[in-house]
Design a protein around this ligand. Structure first.
Ligand code: PGA
Length: 276
């Protein structure tokens, strides 16, 4: 596991975006070789998406041969509702880059048969395999919508949200609890564990206890993000605030490795250069 600690949110977002950029560019995607990227929603990845859009605008990266798979979607919220994850992804990322919408996969929370929808999504993920799954977590340590107590080998499925998550999401629905969807479709912990690589973004003091549970205590289904201790390639990218509950020794150890980690985000030649 790598723990990358940046001073503040914007720097953490930039680091994560550079990492994604480098991974895609180094992969040298093409018509017969798509890079597959798992993506989250929420407030945490917004800074990272903004930076990726900048890299796209400056010609450093293309998403033409990238397939994306989103982690989750609300059940029953119209696709064009401003808070649907379809709207979120389109407005905050996809409409600003050159991805073919047919390559951007998001679960359909209005499918007539939700179970079938989940099975088909899981099947697609399995057949493509995910090169890099990017995730965020909730203060209760949930990854995607795998709430506390979710099976750590769970797959894509229909899930009822924990009360804490419904309350946390109320801010997006005019603070009216009755308007917040209570069910979602979500990839499972096992689904994300199948990715070749996982990068989890954790920022803010309100996530500090979850980061502590994620890395300093054992694997526990009450903190589903802790499952990634058993993934061969996980990077946690966080800001200083998120480290508040970690031991000084842990923070010092990983900060001492920053010169190594920073090599992973060194500027690369552009995709154009790689193809020549
Ligand atoms: P946030 O949500 O990025 O808005 O904090 C993350 C989550 O709850 O999974």
């Amino acid at each position: 596991m790598r723990l990358v600690i940046l001073d503040e949110y914007n720097l953490a977002s930039e680091w994560a975006a550079k990492y994604i950029r480098n991974r895609i560019v180094q992969f040298m995607p093409g018509p017969d070789k798509f890079f597959t990227l798992g993506l989250p929603t929420g407030s945490t990845p917004l800074g990272c998406y903004k930076k990726l859009i900048e890299y796209h605008t400056s010609g450093d990266i293309s998403f033409k041969y990238v397939k994306t798979f989103n982690m989750d979607e609300y059940v029953g919220l119209p696709r064009d509702h401003p808070e649907s994850y379809h709207s979120y992804m389109w407005n905050n990322f996809f409409k600003h880059i050159d991805i073919d919408p047919a390559n951007a996969h998001i679960l359909d929370g209005n499918a007539p048969d939700l179970q079938k929808e989940c099975e088909a999504f899981e099947q697609k993920l399995r057949s493509w395999g995910i090169d890099l799954f990017v995730g965020g977590i909730g203060p209760d340590g949930h990854i995607a919508f795998n709430e506390p107590g979710s099976s750590l080998v769970s797959r894509t499925r229909v899930k009822t949200l924990a009360k804490d998550t419904i309350v946390a999401n109320a801010r997006f629905f005019g603070n009216d609890l009755s308007k917040v969807p209570t069910m979602t479709l979500t990839v499972g912990v096992g689904t994300v564990m199948d990715a070749r690589e996982v990068m989890i973004l954790i920022t803010g003091a309100h996530k500090a206890f979850a980061l502590y549970k994620a890395i300093e205590e054992g694997v526990n289904h009450m903190w589903t993000v802790s499952a990634f201790q058993q993934h061969p390639r996980t990077i946690f990218v966080c800001d200083e605030d998120a480290t508040l509950e970690l031991r000084v020794k842990t923070v010092k150890y990983f900060k001492g490795l920053m010169h190594v980690h920073n090599k992973l985000v060194d500027p690369l030649h552009s995709m154009k250069d790689y193809k020549n």
